[in-house]
Design a protein around this ligand. Structure first.
Ligand SMILES: [Fe+2]
Length: 331
């Protein structure tokens, strides 16, 4: 029974709330509010308390879907062509050092060449990694860890060492990088760095610097094969209209280079297949694959003074030699 039951009965019997409150020495507002609740509870109607739902309401679901759609379109528009402002003076040449598939934890990785190349970053040389940083074996391929000396945790250390340095412009995700939550791992490693991580395995860039714009289309793999041209995937993209100044891919572990001229736009596209730092590959040996891994990396030199000429972009399959030329230009 309520502590105010006597008061309620007096009010029901015709007494005023204020009068009964004074008689029983109950604060007026306390009695008024309690009486109102008591009346509601005892109205004689079937009343069930409202239970809030744990699911989102349809309105909230739709609002969230609309907002996600907007985010998706904003993202898609932004990655069509990412503008990168390269810190060089007007007319000054710069280099884009393109790293083929590193496969850092593979037994046959050429660390001498890799460290030489990494040492070139800086001094007007920017890095682009085409993907497959480690083997990151997945599924039945996990058995391959039995055939490599580097453990999975050592591979993670190598990956961090490779990524966390100055001079990178972009990392393109390779198919190996994407296995085993690789996207999330790489996203964490590049967090806070001023670098592009292309989780879709492709990036189209507009390098703006030196007073000119150099367009890059980088993909871990361009579709298309030819037994006559190791760079055919990127060549095919150029044939079908991609008139970027550089089209570069990795993935197949073969090097190649072909120039394609676009007569309508008068752009010369340098179509490049990068080899791999995995210079010893028992799988390729056993399979009898034709060897064409002559350049694990290539250095593209952008020469603003040569805009609209063949020499706007020069490709060096020997980055050290290319860098000597670049530093001579930058004097
Ligand atoms: Fe690869």
């Amino acid at each position: 029974m309520s502590e105010f039951q006597d008061a309620y009965m007096r009010i029901e019997g015709g007494g005023s709330i204020r009068g009964v409150a004074a008689e029983l020495q109950i604060p007026y507002s306390t009695l008024r509010d309690n009486y109102a609740r008591w009346k509601e509870d005892n109205s004689g109607s079937l009343v069930i308390d409202h239970v809030p739902k744990k699911e989102q309401s349809l309105d909230d679901i739709l609002a969230e879907k609309r907002s996600a759609t907007q985010r998706m379109y904003d993202h898609m528009r932004a990655i069509k062509r990412i503008k990168v402002r390269v810190p060089v003076e007007t007319g000054q040449a710069y280099g884009l050092l393109m790293f083929g598939d590193p496969h850092l934890d593979t037994n046959g990785c050429d660390f001498v060449r890799l460290e030489e190349d990494l040492g070139l970053l800086g001094n007007g040389v920017f890095g682009l990694n085409i993907g497959d940083i480690t083997n990151n074996w997945v599924g039945r391929l996990v058995a391959q860890y039995a055939n490599q000396k580097t453990t999975r945790s050592e591979a993670m250390q190598l990956m961090e060492w490779f990524i966390k340095r100055d001079g990178w412009l972009a990392h393109i995700a390779g198919n190996h990088d994407l296995w085993n939550y690789g996207t999330e791992v790489l996203a964490q490693l590049v967090k806070g760095q001023n670098v592009i991580f292309a989780e879709n395995s492709c990036a189209r860039l507009a390098l703006v610097g030196g007073g000119v714009t150099c367009r890059i289309h980088a993909r871990h793999e361009f579709k298309g094969n030819s037994q006559y041209n190791t760079a055919f995937g990127s060549v095919k993209a150029a044939y079908f209209g991609d008139d970027d100044h550089i089209l570069v891919m990795g993935h197949k572990h073969v090097s190649g280079e072909t120039a394609v001229y676009h007569d309508k736009t008068e752009v010369l596209s340098r179509c490049i297949a990068l080899g791999t730092y995995k210079v010893f590959d028992p799988y390729a040996e056993t399979g009898g694959f034709r060897k064409s891994n002559y350049a694990p990396s290539m250095l593209a030199i952008v020469q603003p003074q040569r805009q609209n000429q063949n020499g706007f972009v020069r490709i060096f399959d020997d980055p050290q030699e290319g860098n000597d030329y670049l530093q001579f230009l930058r004097k």
